[in-house]
Design a protein around this ligand. Structure first.
Ligand SMILES: [Fe+2]
Length: 160
């Protein structure tokens, strides 16, 4: 049994998704990551700051992200766009307890994703889900790569 579930592919809109990513990177709203190497990111719907205390605020709104999220993970509370430059990576970790473990990831570009003791080559446009309580990591990327990750936030953390 695999630790990732292969949900499908973004096919028809893949070129549009790539240009959308480029455009996002050029908007000056991507922040440098404290957790990953050579990564910038941006939150949609809800924005999550994890330390020193989990703080949830309103994130950016984007029609494309909302439509995509509603299609592939209707219960989603936040989407994280991450852009990795050459050599960008993220060490083994489990996601913070504010998040529900079930995570849906849209891979934009190519990468090797490790989870548990499995290694998966993710294709451009591939959509997967995985349990973020299981240690996972992104191996250094050999070309620019982005991801859009949809998660639920446990309701006790979401301000009214
Ligand atoms: Fe993670």
């Amino acid at each position: 049994m695999s630790l990732i579930q292969k949900i499908g592919y973004i096919r028809r809109d893949l070129n549009i998704l790539h240009s959308w990513c480029k455009c996002q990177s050029g908007m000056g709203q991507m922040h440098n990551s404290r957790y990953a190497f050579n990564r910038t990111h941006k939150w949609f719907k809800h924005s999550v700051i994890l330390s020193p205390n989990p703080t949830i605020t309103q994130g950016y709104w984007d029609e494309r992200v909302f439509r995509l999220g509603n299609r592939i993970y209707p219960e989603w509370d936040c989407a994280l766009l991450c852009h990795y430059g050459l050599g960008g990576h993220m060490k083994p970790h489990t996601d913070h307890v504010v998040f529900h473990f079930f995570t849906v990831l849209v891979n934009i570009g190519y990468c090797t994703f490790r989870i548990g003791n499995e290694e998966h080559l993710l294709d451009d446009g591939q959509v997967i889900s995985f349990n973020s309580n299981i240690p996972h990591e992104l191996l250094p990327v050999s070309s620019e790569r982005a991801s859009l990750t949809f998660r639920r936030i446990h309701s006790i953390y979401i301000p009214n």
